[in-house]
Design a protein around this ligand. Structure first.
Ligand code: BJW
Length: 343
């Protein structure tokens, strides 16, 4: 379906474009929908990662304490899928907007590493919920953390069971061609089994086979993501506070108002592919609005465009189509290498 022709009304696009071109301080709050076209499932709703598990059975410190093998298997699967996914045109478009607008800041809920891999300038994307590729000691007092660990699997016991049936099927189709068979095997291994489907049995992994902390040598390593009930990374929160608190002394000095420094106005907030249910991320659009921002929501599901107000824009459709299209007047056309989506 071509969402562009179906849902981008010319008048909305025109008014949005005019506002975007005037905007300097722009905040984006993307969620899992940004990466959906890269083939990564969202969390909630049909086809969501949590369809067979209660979210709190996987994404809390308590879940890790009670079944670290299950939780690690879930994250090993997510690391594997993310490593084999590619950034889509929306990731590239946001990265380009960051290069064109130095005061544009992305507050990403995503842990999949696709924005960094799209070349999004690191100081202009704050990873609210950490990264699948950071691992840290479960014992906070130990303090060990290792960033950018892309090993897949991180330990042999966490290899994703391969989808043997699809491997057999694909190699049967071209039995005479060794190369085809090898490629089919690789594709099946990359695919792996969908372990978020409860009908797929998950092997029980003994604690001794899970990754251990190389510093304290007693505790387990855990994924460096933010679970429910945990604080967001302190440095990330303080960078965001600093952004929202930044003052522009010039206009106030001009107005003879030196004593009362007001924070700089925010011009625009882009809420992209998120159900806006998880805080504090879900609160940033209101915060930006309270500082003068107009809000644009990009989502396939209108019911997830919460708290829309007069003067906001809602662009219904796939972020991978919509985001590059609505930013085009500032970022230009995407490069040929940036246009693919997952099949
Ligand atoms: C598309 C699309 C396409 C699909 N194109 N769109 C205030 C009020 C109430 C509660 C709280 C509060 N403040 C804090 C809390 C507690 C809690 C919370 O928010 N609970 C709520 C559930 C009510 N928050 C926390 O605990 C946070 N910590 C904290 O605040 O610390 C201080 C504190 C602690 C305790 C008490 C009080 C204060 C931490 C939150 C950590 C969230 N972690 C997770 C897991 C990360 C690791 C992992 O990835 O496994 O983060 S939960 C999960 O949800 C993940 C996501 O980042 C997050 C948001 O999900 P997202 O991205 O919105 O995905 P979906 O699936 O929900 O939505 C996808 C959307 O895309 C949908 O709208 C689709 O329609 C759309 N879509 N395809 C465009 N192609």
């Amino acid at each position: 379906m071509d969402y562009r022709s179906a849902f981008l009304s010319p008048s909305d696009l025109e008014s949005f474009t005019a506002h975007l071109q005037r905007s300097q301080r722009i905040v984006a709050v993307p969620g899992a929908g940004l990466s959906a076209s890269s083939g990564l499932p969202t969390f909630r709703g049909a086809g969501g990662l949590w369809r067979n598990y209660n979210a709190t059975s996987l994404a809390t410190p308590g879940a890790f304490r009670s079944d670290p093998g299950l939780v690690w298997m879930f994250y090993s699967y997510r690391r594997h899928m993310s490593l084999n996914a590619k950034p889509n045109p929306a990731h590239y478009a946001l990265a380009e907007l960051a290069r064109r607008k130095p005061e544009f800041l992305t507050l990403s809920q995503n842990v999949d590493g696709l924005s960094p891999r799209a070349g999004h300038p690191a100081d202009q994307v704050k990873l609210l919920h950490g990264s699948l590729f950071d691992v840290k000691c479960e014992d906070e007092s130990c303090g060990y953390i290792r960033r950018d660990d892309f090993d897949d699997p991180i330990v042999p016991a966490l290899a994703i069971p391969a989808d043997e049936s699809s491997m057999a099927e694909q190699s049967k189709a071209r039995p005479d061609q060794a190369l085809q068979a090898a490629m089919a095997r690789k594709a099946a291994l990359i695919k792996g089994l969908d372990i978020s489907d409860a009908s797929i049995p998950i092997p029980t992994i003994p604690r001794s086979s899970l990754p251990h902390c190389p510093k304290c040598k007693t505790s387990l390593l855990r994924p460096g993501v933010v679970w429910f009930g945990e604080m967001l990374p302190e440095a990330v929160l303080s960078d965001i506070d600093a952004y929202f608190d930044e003052v522009d002394p010039k206009p106030q000095a001009e107005a003879g108002n030196k004593g009362h420094m007001q924070p700089k106005k925010v011009d625009l907030c882009l809420v992209i592919g998120t159900s806006s249910q998880v805080y504090p991320a879900a609160g940033y659009a209101s915060q930006a609005r309270s500082m003068g921002a107009r809000v644009a929501v990009i989502n396939t599901d209108p019911s997830d465009a919460r708290d829309l107000q007069e003067g906001d824009w809602f662009f219904k459709g796939d972020a991978a189509d919509i985001v590059p299209e609505i930013l085009k007047s500032v970022i230009g056309e995407p490069k040929a290498s940036e246009v693919g989506k997952a099949g």
